[in-house]
Ligand binder design. Sequence first.
Ligand SMILES: Nc1nc2c(c(=O)[nH]1)N[C@H]1C(S)=C(S)[C@@H](COP(=O)(O)O)O[C@H]1N2
Ligand SMILES: [Mo]
Length: 518
Amino acid sequence: MCGLLAAASALAAAELVAALTNPAAAPLIAVGGAVVDLAPPWLKDFAVEAFGTADKPVLLGGMAVVLALFAALAGVLGRTAPRAGTAGVVLFAAIGVAAALSRPGSGPADALPATLGGLVAAGVLRLLLRASAPAVPGAAPDEGEGSGEEAAGDGPGFDRRRFVMVAGAAAGLSAGAGAVGRLLAVERVDVEAVRRAVRLPAPASPAPPLADGVDLEIGGLAAFFTPTADFYRIDTALSVPRVDASTWRLRLHGKGIAEREYAYADLLGRADLVERDITLACVSNPVGGEYVGNARWIGVPLAPLLREAGVRPPGEGGPADQIVSRSVDGMTIGTPLEDVLDGRDAMLALGMNGVPLPLRHGFPVRMVVPGLYGYVSACKWLAELELTTFDAFDAYWVPRGWSALGPIKTQSRIDRPRSFDEVPAGDLTVAGVAWAQHTGIDRVEVRVDGGPWQEAGLAAEDTADTWRQRALTVRLEPGDHRFEARATDRSGRTQTGARAPVAPDGATGWHSVSVTAA
Ligand SMILES: Nc1nc2c(c(=O)[nH]1)N[C@H]1C(S)=C(S)[C@@H](COP(=O)(O)O)O[C@H]1N2
Ligand SMILES: [Mo]
C-alpha cells in the first residue's frame, strides 16, 4: 500500500509538471510511446491481432499493472531495506526520464516530470514506511504486522491513525495534483475550440456529382460514405496529438528546392482547394477486415503546391524520388514522389466529410493519396515534408519489416451475411464492398460452397478512387453454406485466392463467410 500510494503521488506530480511544460513528457505517455516504437514487429502484429484498435488502452492498462506490481514490491522491500525501496524508485524514474528524452522533438526540460515524480515517490515512500513502522523504538518492522490486529489499535505496535493520516494526505494531494494537471493541460490551448472556429471555404473544384445508386442501402452493408464516428483509426499515438492550428506551420524542404513554410491560413486561403471522395485503406487490414473507410476530403492539391516550390519528379530529372512526411509526433511516412505528381488527387487534406479534420484523423492537416496504403501516404498531424530519396531514408515502418512501397491491393469484402449468422433458407442477398483505388473495380463475383463464380450486381461507381458496393441474391437450401467473393479491377487483374499475411505489403486472398440456413 505504501508503494502504491508513492507511485500514485509520483504520477500525479509528474502529470502536473508535464501539463505545465510538455504533456507528451508525462511518464505513462512517454514510456508507452517508447514501448510502441521499440516493440519488435511480431509483438506489434500480435497486439493488433489480439486487441485491434483497443491495443492502446490495453498497453496503458498493462503498464499501469506492471507499475502497480513494482510499486507494491518496492513498498514491501522498503519496509526491511529502505535502500531497496529507494533503488526501485530511482530505477522507475530513470526509465521515465530516458523515455521522455527519447521522444521525437524532446528537449532537456522533458526530464523534469519523471525526475520530480521520482523525488516525490522517494519522499512519500519514506514517510509512509515510517508511519507504518512500529511505534516502539527498537522493535523490528515485521513484529508490527506480526502482532496483527491487537497491536493495530491502541497497543504499542503500528500506529494506524498516524498511518491513515499520512496515507490520506498523500492520496488527497496526488488526486488534487493530478486533477489540476488535467485542467491545466486542457486549458492551455483549447485545440477543439480552435478547430470549431475554422470555416472551410467552398472548394474551387468540388467533388464530381454523386451518381445515383452509389449506395445500395442494404442493411448490414457498409454505407458508401463511412460515418466519421465509425471511421477506423490507426496510428502509433498513445494520446491524440493536439495541434494548435493558429501557430502551426508546415515546413517544405529537401533536395532540389529552397525551404518554404506554410501557415494553416495559407493553405485554407488557397484558390485551388479541391474536394474528392477517396477510400483510405490500412496495410494491416486483414482480408475481410474493417481498416478501410470512404470519406469526402477537402484539401490543397499537393502536386501544384510542390511544383510551385520547384519540385520535379525523377522522370523530369528531379533529384528526389521520395517525399517524406513527418508528423508532430515524429511519425515518418515515405511516398513515391512520382505517384504524388502523376496527376492523381494527392492532397493536403484540411476537411473530412464537410468539417475540419477531427483531431483523431489528423487535425489540422494530413496527407491523402489515392491508391496507396495509409502507412506510405496518409500522414496525420503533418509538420514537415522533406524531399529525399528511398536510398537515403527509411520511413518509420520500413526498418520494422514493412515494404517501402505500398500500392493498395485490389480487395473485396462480404459485409452481409456475417460469419456464423443463422439465415432462413431460400433467397438471401449477399452484399459487400470492393476497392482498387486509382484503378477502379470492374467486376465482382461471388460463389457459394465452392461452386461456379457468379457475377454480382455492382452499385454505380463514384470514382476509381472509391470503393464500390455490390450485391447478389442466391437461393439457399437448408444446411451450412460458405460464400466467397473476388474482384477484378479495371487493369484486368483478378484477386488471387492465395492467402498472404498483411506484412510486408498487404494481405491477399478471398474473403469467405460461413452461415447456416434453416
Ligand atoms: N502521424 C501519423 N500518421 C499516420 C499514422 C501514424 O501512426 N501516425 N498511421 C498511418 C496509417 S498506418 C494509416 S492506415 C492511416 C489511418 O488514418 P486514419 O486513422 O485517419 O483512418 O494513417 C496514417 N497516418
Ligand atoms: Mo495503416
